[in-house]
Write a protein that binds this ligand. Structure first.
Ligand code: NAP
Length: 247
């Protein structure tokens, strides 16, 4: 088997779009999902699901699956997977490219407090805050520990345990609209938006709604990832992929 396959580390809409584009151009592509979403939207091409088993497991996979190029298109907050991809590619000589959408930045009229972690975000909330929380399932407990804070926790998958009585879980998948986000914030008497700096248009509407309503935002900044050639536009990535894989 020639070593010409492309592995995409996914779990994002960007990764699906990259896989669809590469499959359409006839490239042998396999997308990898962590397996955290019960009913994931699947891209074109081959799909594998579940962790690799750390750096050593990923290195074995890169060898056995004849991977020539790894495209890390994981979410900007999937820091562990990106670090492991970096190490595995460095050790095996597999080429690594990263796709990462640009982060959001505060606009005139925004009231942002930027923090480094969920713990710092919780600490930044004033007593009695009513929060729209869009940070995903991982850090919920950190927020639920504040008995004086209440609100709506929105996520794609339900959390494993029921939230405390002062919180409501809203199960919804992006994209969201500014009108919808505005209605949600008004109807639920939201005083603060807590979110991660994911970037991208599908979930940006909440920031526009918060700006319009004068609602302060606690923004969790992106974690650092190891240096790798990074693309934010599909067209640019495709040109480079064709260049590096052409005979
Ligand atoms: P993480 O903390 O960086 O990784 C945790 C472990 O999950 C990794 O060590 C790896 O297990 C496995 N894993 C992660 N991404 C994988 C992939 N694409 N294919 C196979 N295994 C993967 O990741 P996370 O933050 O939990 O995110 C998990 C997945 O959800 C990622 O694919 C990410 O793109 C997506 N996602 C994350 C967020 C977020 O806010 N973190 C938001 C939206 C989507 P092994 O060590 O066993 O290989």
């Amino acid at each position: 088997m020639p070593r010409d396959r492309i592995l995409i580390l996914g779990g994002t809409r960007d990764a699906r779009e990259i896989a669809d584009a590469l499959a359409a151009s006839g490239r042998p592509v396999v997308s990898s999902l962590a397996g955290v979403t019960a009913q994931p939207l699947l891209p074109a091409g081959e799909v594998r699901i579940g962790g690799f088993g750390g750096v050593s497991g990923l290195k074995s996979y890169l060898e056995s699956a004849q991977i020539a190029l790894l495209i890390d298109a994981t979410h900007p907050f999937a820091a562990r997977m990106s670090a492991q991809a970096f190490e595995a590619c460095r050790d095996t000589g597999v080429l690594l490219l990263r796709f990462e959408r640009a982060p959001w930045s505060a606009q005139p009229g925004d009231d942002w407090t930027t923090v480094k972690s969920a713990a710092e975000a919780v600490a930044a909330l004033p007593p009695g805050a009513r929060v729209l929380l869009t940070t995903g399932r991982k850090d919920l407990d950190t927020f639920f520990q504040r008995a004086d804070v209440s609100g709506i926790a929105r996520m794609i998958e339900l959390p494993p345990a029921n939230p405390p009585g002062n919180w409501t879980v809203l199960r919804e998948r992006p994209p969201f609209t500014v009108a919808g986000e505005t209605t949600l914030m008004v109807e639920k008497a939201i005083t603060h938006l807590v979110t991660k700096n994911a970037g991208g248009s599908a979930t940006e509407a909440k920031l526009q709604a918060a700006r319009k309503l004068g609602i302060p935002v606690v923004m969790i900044a992106r974690p650092a990832k190891p240096e790798a050639p990074c693309f934010g536009a599909l067209d640019n990535l495709m040109v480079v992929v064709e260049g590096v894989l052409s005979p």
